[in-house]
Every structure is written in structure tokens, then in C-alpha cells.
Design a protein around this ligand. Structure first.
Ligand code: DCP
Ligand code: MG
Length: 574
């Protein structure tokens, strides 16, 4: 929070450091141009940068890693001011958009892209991308962009003494001497054939899974995914759309995915990310990759994962995974987290209470109604729904809706729309041209759901957004000739928002994040309702207004408005 002491000239600023694991600028030394905090916008940028771990250098010196140049200035003015003919090698020069975008995505984003370019500045080819250090690949990342910074930095010295900003720390925490993350990650160097959307996909994959694009999620859809339901993180969205047809490296992919899931569950996001990248790279291979050398030639696979690929092919196993599997607590958590309605938090609580088996839970634990259903249908909910069966469930809903009103349209979404041979659940998007959301809601919630419940097709209501304005119904369904329960989501949308909803509910999650990233790069904002421009944000990037709707109805037009070619659903598997 910033406190202004108006009329005194000098301003007292409260620095609130973000939690340590979010300090993306830690170890970096920023020099702003102009380098004073008299301008409120720049002042805010300086404060935010410090809160996210940077130190602010009041003088240009040899520790500076980044120069952040105000929009109104160009590179020539910078050199002139610094009285330099050229900058020392390795310093990153970016415009004022850079810090906010990094904070948006909880990572150091690619500095080479045009939106961070300072007028008149040509970044050297080798400084294309600065990545965060990636523990899983530390040994593989040897190219250092800039020598590692030295001395421990304490908060009071994050801004040097002569700086005019009077900073008051709200935290006594001292910052550790972590090395400047100025390293090149081979996986992040853009491919020459990459288009703008590919770049965004690559960046979305690399960004923190909990990056602030969450704000674009409406009605808690994602929250339900991450908290209440299965505590899903990005690696848990592993299904590719082609789980039955993974090509010549199918077995290797299955084992690597298991390890990625393991890292996901223990919240090792960086390893999880590396494995996910490697998996998507390996999946594209048309020949079997059997050796470390061959694996390392695949763009996106580093040496440590390449070694594991060789081990899997050679032994059909991965020792690391076998050990992980042996870890009893991990096994217990895995077991519990596969229960519908149990996330990591609940699983940990159960494990800490000494429960080991599902029976323990049934006999001793305090369970919610949904968790009980989750246990009763543990195998059902954990098995994939074959494509043909998804179609049968959708068919029943379509037929029933037809009897309730004309012109209802039901689209089957999620992995099904991406062409998957099987799906984790059945996602149905319901709309009716010309009808209001109230009309659609009344038909679905008050008539369709009761009708299908009466016919014993809908067998459990698990979650629903509030009766009055809800647009989602989540439950379970069961075909007449079957006893297997499936997870089914009914998603209601007015025609004006159909395109954006089609885009969002097709996914996958990484593709969605890349589209949102692309929108934000273009000064727009995308959510499941539409694409908006002129969104007003304050300096802290808080959204102040929704902006003007650019497109919501037509999925293709959203791609057009973002300036990228249409990508059919089956090509949105990232
Ligand atoms: N979605 C998202 N972010 C999330 C959760 C979901 O963008 N955290 C979007 C993209 C998903 C779509 O919603 O593709 C449907 O969510 P599902 O969890 O049903 O995922 P899928 O249908 O893709 O996979 P599955 O086959 O496992 O159901
Ligand atoms: Mg789904």
C-alpha cells in the first residue's frame, strides 16, 4: 500500500514484499530511465519491482541487469544521458511494459518481443530471452547471459541511499543472495517457424501456472478446478486428445506423464513444466526415440529428461518414478486426490490424521456429501469416457432439450472437441440463438435437469453456480443400459458469448492461457465471455473497467481480432 504525504514533496511508501516464491525479480538490479520516482506511474513501477524482489539502482553501475525505459524516451536519449557510446554487454533494455507483464505472468517473460522494444534499440541476438532458473534443468543451462550477481541484498539496500523515494519496509525479511536469473534456456529460444500464437503458447507453458490470468476467469470456473474439485494444476490437464494414439513413443510418454503428475502433486511446478514441455515435444515425433542423443536433438527436451527417455526405452521403467511410487505418503495422497471433491489440502489433512486407505476414510473421516459420492464412484470417475459414450450422453441431453424448446444448440466441449478418443468428463455447452441467459437458465435448471433426473440419467447434482444467476451445473450422469457414472458439466451461454465460450471450453488450459496472453500483449483482454479492448487498469495492473467488447459471438472472429490465423480445435493440444 502506498501512503502519500501530500504537500510535503517527499512521499512515504510502504513496500509490501510478495511471498518469497513469487519474487520473480529477485537478484535483479533495475535502473529506470528517467531514474527518479517523481512521475507517479514510474514510481509505482519502481515500488512494484521492489516488491517483486528487484533492487532499484539509483546510479547506473556495473550491477545493473535491466534498464527500464519510459515509453516517451528512446535508446539514443538513454545513451546520451549515460554518456555512453554503447551499453555494456548483457544488460537488458526494455520499455515500461516489461515489469507489469512479468508480474502478470509471475515470470520473466521473453524480452525480445516487440511489445517491450525501446525505440531505436536493437537487442543483440543472444539476449533474445531471459528465463527463470529451472531447477530441473540447472545442469543443462550453462549459457550465462550475465555474470551472477554477488552481495547479499537486504531490503534497505534494495534502493540505494541517495534515491529520492523514501521507502518504509513493512517486512523485516532480508532477501537471500539468489543468483540473477540471467540465463538462457535453450527451450525458450524461439523457433524460426514459430508464429505469434506459437510464441504465446510457448510463453504460456513457461509461465507460472497460477499466473494472474485467473482474473479472466468468470464465475469461479477455474477456482472450482483448482480448489473445490480436484486441486488441478496445469500438469494434471494431461490429456492430449489422443490418449489412445500416442505414436511410436507411447510407452515413454505414459511413464514421463506419470513423473510429471508426481511433480505436479508435490507442487514442483518447474519440473512439472519441463516434463510437460518434453512430453509435448516427444509426442510430435514420428519415429521412436531410444537414445539420449536422439532425445536431445528434439527441440524442447533437455539432457536430464533425455537420459530418462533412454532409461525408459532400455528398461521399460524409470527408477526415479519407481522410487516416487514407493513413497508411501505420496501414494496415499495420490489415492485420496483421485476422489472427486478431494484436493491436495483435504488429502493432506486426511493423511496427517493417519488415514491410509479409502476404507479408512469411509469409516473414520468426516466426509462431505460430494466426497462420499466421489468414493462410491471412485473407479467410474477415474476412468476415461470413450468418445462414443460421450456422444451418447450428449445425445440424451440434446433430445430432452429438443422436447423443451426449439432451437437449442448443444456443443460437446473440452477434450472431445479437441478430437480426443476418450475424455475425463462430458462438457456440454448449451445455448439458444436469440434467447436471454435467463430463458436458457430457466429451461435447463428448472426443466431439463429435473426431467433428466426423473429419468435417472442425471444421477447426482454435485455443484451449481447460484440458482439466480448460475450458468453451470455440474453433476453425474449414467446411461440407461449402464451402471457407470460419468462426470457431466452443463454450461449455459447466451448467443452473444458463444464464440468466447466455445474457445474457452475447448481448451486446453495452456492454449487458453496463450490466447489470453496474446490478448494482453495487444492491449486487450479475453475471458470466457468475450474479447475486450480499452480495459482500464491502474498502475498496479488492477482492472478498473471491463472495457469495450470487441467480439464474443463468433469464435473465428476472436482469432481474427487477435490477428492470428484460425486454429481448429484439434490443433489446440499444447
Ligand atoms: N479450462 C481451463 N482452465 C482450467 C480448467 C478448464 O481453461 N483450469 C477449460 C479448458 C478445458 C475446458 O475448460 O479444456 C474443459 O475442462 P476439463 O477439465 O473438462 O478439461 P478437458 O475437457 O480438456 O479434459 P478432460 O478430458 O480431462 O475432461
Ligand atoms: Mg472435460
Amino acid at each position: 500500500m502506498i501512503k502519500n504525504k501530500k504537500g510535503k514533496g517527499k512521499q512515504v511508501v510502504d513496500i509490501k514484499l510478495v511471498p518469497e516464491d513469487q519474487r520473480i525479480f529477485q537478484g535483479l538490479h533495475f535502473y529506470f530511465f528517467p531514474n527518479s520516482d517523481t512521475h507517479p506511474g514510474r514510481r509505482q513501477r519502481i515500488v512494484k519491482a521492489i516488491e517483486y524482489g528487484a533492487s532499484w539502482q539509483d546510479k547506473f553501475n556495473d550491477t545493473v541487469t535491466h534498464i527500464i525505459v519510459d515509453r516517451d524516451y528512446d535508446f539514443e536519449q538513454l545513451l546520451k544521458y549515460l554518456k555512453l557510446k554503447e551499453l555494456p554487454a548483457g544488460i537488458v533494455v526494455v520499455n515500461e511494459n516489461y515489469t507489469a507483464t512479468c508480474m502478470d505472468f509471475y515470470k520473466l517473460v521473453d524480452t525480445s518481443t516487440i511489445e517491450f522494444r525501446v525505440k531505436g534499440y536493437e537487442p543483440p541476438a543472444s539476449s533474445a530471452t531471459i528465463a527463470q532458473p529451472n531447477p530441473s534443468q540447472a545442469s543443462e543451462v550453462s549459457l550465462q547471459l550475465k555474470p551472477v550477481k554477488r552481495k547479499a541484498v537486504v531490503l534497505s539496500s534494495q534502493v540505494t541511499s541517495e534515491a529520492s523515494l523514501n521507502l518504509v519496509s513493512s517486512s523485516a525479511a532480508s532477501l537471500s543472495n539468489s543468483p540473477a536469473p540471467g540465463v538462457l534456456d535453450p527451450q525458450q529460444v524461439p523457433n524460426k517457424d514459430e508464429d505469434e500464437l506459437d510464441t504465446a503458447i510457448r510463453q504460456a507453458k513457461e509461465s507460472h501456472p497460477l499466473a494472474s490470468d485467473d482474473e479472466d476467469d468468470v464465475e469461479g470456473h477455474k477456482r472450482r478446478k483448482t480448489n473445490n474439485w480436484q486441486d488441478k494444476f496445469q500438469c494434471m490437464h494431461k490429456h492430449t486428445g489422443k490418449s489412445g494414439d500416442q505414436g511410436p513413443n507411447a510407452h515413454t510418454l505414459v511413464v514421463l506423464q506419470e513423473l510429471a503428475d508426481h511433480y505436479d502433486q508435490i507442487r514442483d511446478q518447474w519440473r512439472c513444466k519441463s516434463y510437460r514441455q518434453a512430453i509435448s515435444a516427444l509426442r510430435k515425433q514420428t519415429t521412436k526415440i531410444s537414445t539420449k542423443e536422439a532425445a536431445m536433438r528434439v527441440y524442447g527436451i533437455g539432457s536430464s529428461i533425455a537420459e530418462k527417455i533412454e532409461e525408459i526405452v532400455r528398461t521399460t521403467h524409470l527408477r526415479k518414478l519407481d522410487f516416487a511410487k514407493l513413497d508411501e505418503r505420496q501414494q496415499i495422497l495420490n489415492r485420496f486426490m483421485k476422489i472427486y471433491g478431494v484436493g491436495l489440502h483435504a488429502a493432506e489433512n486426511f493423511a496427517s490424521a493417519g488415514y491410509k486407505t479409502i476404507d479408512d476414510l469411509l469409516q473414520k473421516a468426516e466426509l462431505t456429501d460430494n466426497q462420499r459420492i466421489g468414493i462410491d464412484h471412485y473407479d467410474d470417475f477415474n476412468s476415461r469416457v470413450p468418445r462414443a459414450e460421450v456422444e451418447k450422453h450428449a445425445g440424451i441431453v440434446k433430445k430432452a432439450l429438443k422436447g423443451l424448446g426449439k432451437n437449442y444448440i448443444v456443443n460437446t466441449m473440452g477434450s472431445y472437441r479437441r478430437g480426443a478418443q476418450d475424455s475425463g468428463d462430458i462438457d456440454l455447452l448449451i445455448t439458444k440463438p436469440g434467447a436471454s441467459i435467463d430463458e436458457i437458465r430457466t429451461t435447463v435448471m428448472d426443466r431439463l435437469v429435473p426431467l433428466l433426473t426423473k429419468h435417472k440419467f442425471l444421477v447426482a447434482a454435485l455443484a451449481q453456480t447460484s440458482q439466480a444467476d448460475g450458468t453451470k451445473w455440474h453433476g453425474a450422469s449414467c446411461l440407461p443400459d449402464s451402471s457407470t457414472w460419468r462426470r457431466i458439466d452443463l454450461l449455459l451461454v447466451p448467443e452473444e458469448e458463444l464464440g468466447a465460450a466455445l474457445l474457452y471450453f475447448t481448451g486446453n488450459d495452456i492454449f487458453n492461457r496463450s490466447m489470453r496472453l496474446l490478448a494482453s500483449k495487444k492491449g486487450m483482454r479475453l475471458n470466457q465471455r468475450g474479447l475486450y479492448k480499452d480495459v482500464l487498469r491502474d498502475y498496479g495492473r488492477e482492472k478498473l473497467s471491463e472495457g469495450t467488447l470487441v467480439e464474443g459471438k463468433d469464435e473465428r472472429k476472436i482469432f481474427e481480432a487477435l490477428g492470428v490465423p484460425w486454429r481448429p480445435p484439434e490443433h489446440r493440444i499444447c
